[in-house]
Unconditional design. Structure first.
Ligand code: SF4
Ligand code: SF4
Lengths: 663, 187, 344
């Protein structure tokens, strides 16, 4: 038995666990309608991959993971997709979020299970993709996609979190008592993947049955079940890691960097179910407690409306609202129409007897009680003071973001202050301010580029006029804008053709002109790509991945457009069949006929080209910065020059084409 | 009496001396590049709407730094913005002039694509290149880049651009400032 | 209502009530030695404090009832009454209490917002404004009966044949100081005076013991933490011991300092005031130690016979700085977070 450590502070709230932990996990009847949220995890919401009216089977994937930090969602039962769109979800704001609503056909037919039987031999990537597609996420509260937590193979300790410290909640307790074997299978998988030196399973000593069951299931496995003293919030990941290993993982540091990783027992259970039984996460254990006739734990399908479960458990008429989560960190459910999600661990029907209203709040008397219980070792009264004064900078300096919102401070405050509300307020304000600042920075950049471009265009125009005035004073001024636009569109269309052709470069022998065009286009593309990369590097704050992608796409489009210009100069035919452009930033309406679409796409290509120019501009700007590394400057400079050359070439071609059009 | 005079003399001498040092320092250590403009510009919301009567946020920032403009001329920045400017510049907070602004929720422009005739006038008006389109082609607005400056509204010959308020979503929802029932009963 | 939905049923009133309770033994002992005058002072102070608090709350537009019930005004009143001479005139305590509540507390924003300990503000004002009044302390088992004490407090009338000097005396601290200043004899002989008991003053040493008991009760109840009292006593001892060892004839022994005057009252009831003290454990140590040092310095080298009030007020000024410098690092962090931005 390893020595236990203590974390600072902590409280002993009344437990209320006996209300719900006495009966086995029940399975309530399925409701007629499910509302499966697309966002049940940290990161991007899943993308619906079923159509309205489609028949689905239980376990069928209905939402694909979107990006790296995301997870799939699955149909909880068989039935018909009756709606995809905003629906009530379990969120304190009461705002709607996209859900897939499924009308059950009552048959609960399952699709074929798809386990990963050879997971021992599978590579990291395969396992990650598998878990993402099976929708496995952390069930302890943060719902972090599990796929991202696996795959570290230099782990000292693997921590299994069965502490379950919040009052009322007993779902992990029941799960450990009844399905310890499957949890241990899950631990085995995780241990195999992460190769920790030790596996420690932390369970609060107020769950002796769970400890016994887990010890029995762990027999001979080398995993150590550790009974830890009951003290809220020992179930917080950082706190549990501290208790079991003595390590303190500070805010902003990943646990794996300190050689530990922590999984909730529920997560490991669903991990096992996914890997070995091929069952995606379509249900979870949920505690129903509080002012109910039949409190207890149930295995609830994801998407089951809360109202259905509460009615089944016999919600009392005198109950006043329902808490989602525990009484320390949960929130009032704004709507009972919302469906169970992977984060839903407990529903508590409130009553006056269980939750008497707090006495009126008084000012903080700086008694320091809050600081003495704060597990994050903060000075909550200072945070409160700053947040109350909306002095967000000072709040941040006082480590506001280290606060885990456990509520211990507010629980002991003799002045009965709703301290955590202030922290949530301050955190959200800071985040919003950061968002605004990023948006402003982006706007400033875009505006500056535009300004630069306008000036440069003006200068170039003047130059052009001057140049033309000397050799051919008789030739007319610039073609009228409508005509030019038409030509431009035609050119863009041609570019599409050309782009298509360029995939088969050996088709026809290239004329000199065409060759030059191709070379220049390639140069342009390279330059623009480089510039886009530069811009992404030099302005890391503003453009995210998306902006980068857009810039690159735009650069490609620009190159294509340029090619088109060249093609037009060489007498290429206009009016080729349109193909989809890679740079189209928004899809046109399907109703528009093909020709129109082509035109629109051409317009978009122009716009994208302009964007690419901006990218070039950024590159140039960054080149001017003395702090840039030397090679970067050269690159950027060259890119800028090349881009300018390409631009000039394109302009020339455009002019030629225009003149040809005039003749 | 003489004691009093000495004190007076000493104080006066001290005042003159310190004043001289301060004056010298302000000349000697003047910061050449004017970072003040940058600092002011950083506070301005970069809407680039020109409601301040300057052609963009930076010109306004320069005007403030140069003492040519007041700090209360930026409606999108709101009173919060004025407060920050006041703090930065060490001047008193100054509310918006009476009736000078209406507080609007943050909005983005939306082009009615069936009405749009593709005149490109709005594209030329957009200060942040947030409009995509070409002549005779339907235009559209990149909502994530739109600053809500409304500069594209007046040029549109067919009035097909509308401002649509950005709603609250789960992603940008904020906890409100907690209400403690005990506080201030009467004003 | 938001999370947490459950809360420990401890309130500010309960805390204040416990502190008041802890003062009872000392009050009882005082009354035994000095008569009912103290009770009169306590009632005067309480009534004044509650009235002043209610009036100020109303003026500030804040609901009166919850704040009156919190008991903090009452505590200020009691602490003040216990530190002032029991035989002082009625208006003395009334003025001091008024000042404590109105200026020391409410003008700063009331409960929780006062940077200075209100009771000590009241005491200091009385001390500075009415030094003569503040110099007359009752004698243990003095010649005045209850009725005479009342008459003296309210109308400054003495029974025939008694002079002011016959009913009052200087405190032992005061006595030692003046005698030493006069350059008379050494401490050992001075301590032969009848006012001295085993350690300090005849009656006051028992009162001090009662404060100690009350303080231990508060510690046991976790109403106060040990840091500030311990550090204060340590600070006092830290100066008293070396000087006493160096010149025992001139500097009175440390034990005397620990027991005499308001030392123990201050240690357990004044420097432990949460509102005007620092919050972190280290901060409390620094704060208490500073108070202890200052008490000794002012007592021995300064112009006032006792010094708790001034020492506490001086250290109160330093509290924001102490708080800022002693903020402990957050969980897992080595150092507290550096300043994120510049502040004007
Ligand atoms: S527990 Fe409450 S009253 Fe005490 S210091 Fe913390 S916030 Fe203030
Ligand atoms: S809610 Fe935050 S400040 Fe309060 S005790 Fe928990 S971690 Fe500390």
């Amino acid at each position: 038995m390893s020595a236990l450590f203590r974390f600072h502070g902590g409280i002993h709230p009344p437990e209320f666990k006996a209300l719900s932990n006495g009966t086995p996990i029940a399975t309530p009847p399925l409701p007629a309608r499910f509302a499966v949220p697309l966002s049940q995890h940290l990161g991007n919401p899943a993308k619906a991959c079923v159509a309205l009216g489609e028949r689905v089977l239980a376990g069928q994937r209905i939402g694909d993971a979107d990006g790296r930090i995301s997870a799939a969602v699955h149909a909880p039962t068989s039935g018909v997709v009756s709606a995809i769109g905003p629906h009530a979800v379990a969120h304190p704001s009461g705002l709607l979020q996209d859900c897939i609503v499924i009308d059950s056909d009552g048959l609960d037919n399952w699709c074929a299970p798809s386990p990963l039987p050879n997971w021992q031999d599978a590579g990291d990537d395969e396992i990650r993709t598998f878990l993402r597609d099976m929708g496995v996420v952390g069930q302890g509260g943060a719902v972090f996609p599990t796929s991202l937590k696996l795959g570290v193979n230099t782990l000292e300790q693997l921590i299994v979190n069965g502490a379950e410290c919040e009052p009322f909640i007993s779902c992990d307790d029941r799960l450990m008592r009844e399905r310890a074997g499957e949890i241990v299978d899950g631990i085995r998988i995780a241990a195999q993947l992460m190769r920790p030196r030790t596996v420690l399973i932390g369970i609060e000593d107020n769950k002796p049955e769970a400890i016994t069951a887990m010890r029995a299931a762990c027999a001979g496995s080398g995993f150590e079940v550790v009974a830890i003293p009951t003290l809220y919030p020992s179930g917080g990941a950082k706190q549990l890691i501290r208790i079991l290993t003595g390590k303190k993982v500070p805010h902003g540091v990943r646990a794996t960097d300190m050689g530990v990783q922590c999984f909730n027992v529920g997560t490991l259970y669903s991990l096992k179910r996914a890997m070995m039984d091929g069952e995606p996460v379509i249900s979870r254990i949920l505690t129903l407690s509080g002012d109910l006739a039949r409190p207890g734990n149930i295995e609830a399908r994801i998407g089951t409306p809360f109202a259905h479960l509460l009615a089944w458990a016999g919600i009392q008429p005198d109950s006043e609202g329902v808490i989602m989560g525990g009484p320390m960190m949960g929130f009032d459910l704004p709507s009972l129409e919302a469906g169970v999600s992977k984060a839903s661990n407990c529903l508590i029907a409130k009553s006056r007897a269980l939750f008497p209203p707090r006495p009126p709040a008084l000012p903080c008397i700086r008694c320091g009680e809050c600081a003495s219980v704060c597990p994050a070792e903060l000075q909550p009264m200072d945070l409160y003071w700053f947040a109350k004064a909306k002095d967000l900078g000072r709040a941040q300096e006082a480590d506001l973001f280290d606060c885990i919102e456990c509520g211990a401070c507010s629980y002991v405050c003799p002045s009965q202050l709703p301290l955590v509300d202030f922290y949530k307020f301050a955190k959200d304000e800071i985040w919003a301010a950061e968002r605004d600042k990023k948006a402003a920075d982006r706007a400033r950049m875009r505006h500056d580029f535009r300004q630069l471009r306008l000036e440069r265009d003006k200068a170039e125009k003047a130059q052009r006029l001057a140049a033309r005035a000397t050799p051919a004073p008789a030739s007319s001024a610039a073609p009228d804008p409508d005509k030019a636009a038409a030509i431009r569109a035609a050119m863009a269309r041609a570019a599409e053709k050309k782009a298509e052709d360029s995939h088969a470069p050996a088709k026809t022998p290239l004329s000199d002109d065409a060759k030059r065009a191709a070379i220049e286009a390639a140069m342009t593309r390279a330059a623009a790509n480089k510039a886009a990369r530069e811009s992404a590097v030099s302005t890391a704050a503003a453009p995210g991945d998306e902006a980068k992608r857009a810039a690159i796409e735009a650069a490609m489009a620009r190159a294509a457009a340029r090619k088109a210009a060249q093609g037009a100069a060489a007498g290429a035919e206009a009016g080729a069949t349109p193909v989809a452009m890679p740079a189209s930033p928004s899809q046109p309406k399907p109703a528009i006929d093909d020709a129109k679409r082509a035109a629109i796409e051409a317009a978009m290509a122009r716009a994208a080209a302009r964007k690419a120019e901006q990218g070039v501009e950024v590159g140039a700007a960054s080149a001017a910065m003395p702090s840039q590394a030397k090679p970067a400057i050269d690159d950027a400079k060259r890119a800028a020059i090349e881009a300018a050359m390409a631009r000039a070439a394109a302009k020339k071609a455009e002019r030629d084409a225009a003149q040809k059009g005039d003749n | 009496m003489s004691g009093f005079l000495t004190a007076l003399a000493i104080m006066a001498a001290l005042a003159i001396l310190l004043g001289a040092i301060l004056g010298f320092a302000s000349v000697r250590f003047r910061v050449e590049a004017d970072p003040l403009v940058d600092k002011i510009d950083a506070i301005l919301p970069q809407t680039q709407c020109g409601q301040c009567s300057f052609p963009g946020c930076r010109p306004y920032a320069e005007a403030i730094a140069g003492g040519e403009a007041d700090i209360n001329q930026c409606p999108p920045g709101g009173e919060d913005g004025i407060r920050k400017l006041a703090e930065l510049l060490g001047v008193d907070f100054k509310p918006f002039d009476e009736g000078a602004i209406e507080v609007k929720p943050k909005s983005v422009a939306l082009i009615d694509e069936t009405t749009c005739i593709g005149c490109t006038l709005c594209i030329q008006a957009c200060p942040v290149d947030a409009i995509v389109g070409a002549a005779k082609q339907m235009h559209t607005i990149i909502a994530s880049e739109c600053t809500g400056c409304e500069l594209c509204l007046p040029p549109c010959p067919v009035d097909c651009i509308q401002m649509v308020p950005v709603g609250t979503t789960v992603a940008n929802w904020k906890w409100s400032y907690p209400v403690i029932p005990i506080k201030a009963v009467k004003a | 209502m938001h999370a947490p939905y459950i809360a420990r049923p401890s309130t500010v009133s309960v805390i204040m009530l416990k502190v008041l309770l802890a003062l009872l033994p000392a009050i009882a002992v005082s009354v035994w030695f000095y008569g009912i005058a103290l009770l009169v002072q306590l009632s005067l102070a309480s009534a004044t404090a509650l009235l002043a608090e209610a009036a100020m709350l109303r003026l500030r537009g804040v609901p009166v009832a919850p704040f009156l019930k919190d008991g903090s005004a009452l505590l200020t009143a009691w602490l003040l009454a216990l530190s002032m001479p029991a035989l002082g005139a009625w208006w003395l305590i009334v003025v001091a209490t008024l000042f404590a509540i109105v200026v020391g507390k409410q003008l700063y924003g009331g409960l929780g917002n006062n940077p200075f300990n209100p009771a000590m503000v009241g005491f200091a004002v009385a001390m500075v404004s009415f030094p003569a009044q503040m110099a007359h302390w009752g004698m243990p088992h003095g010649p005045l009966d209850s009725a005479a004490q009342l008459a003296w407090i309210f109308s400054r009338e003495l029974p025939a044949g008694l002079s002011l000097d016959a009913i009052s005396m200087a405190t032992p601290l005061d006595y030692l100081k003046t005698q030493l200043l006069l350059g008379g004899s050494d401490i050992a002989s001075l301590k032969q005076a009848p006012m001295f008991g085993h350690i300090a003053g005849v009656g006051s040493e028992w009162v001090a013991l009662a404060y100690l008991g009350g303080g231990l009760f508060l510690l046991q109840q976790r109403v106060i933490s040990y840091q500030a009292p311990l550090a204060m006593l340590a600070g006092l001892t830290a100066l008293a011991v070396p000087l006493w060892l160096w010149q025992p004839a001139h500097y009175v022994d440390p034990l005397f300092h620990l027991v005499a005057g308001a030392t123990l009252l201050a240690a357990f009831f004044i420097v432990t005031d949460p509102v005007s003290g620092p919050t972190s454990a280290r901060g409390k140590l620094i704060f208490g130690f500073g108070v202890g040092l200052l008490i000794y310095v002012i007592r021995v080298f300064g112009g006032y016979p006792d010094a708790a009030a001034f020492a506490v007020l001086l250290m109160n000024i330093a509290v924001p700085l102490i708080d800022q410098l002693t903020r402990p690092p957050a969980f897992g962090k080595r150092k507290r977070t550096k300043k994120a931005g510049q502040h004007a």
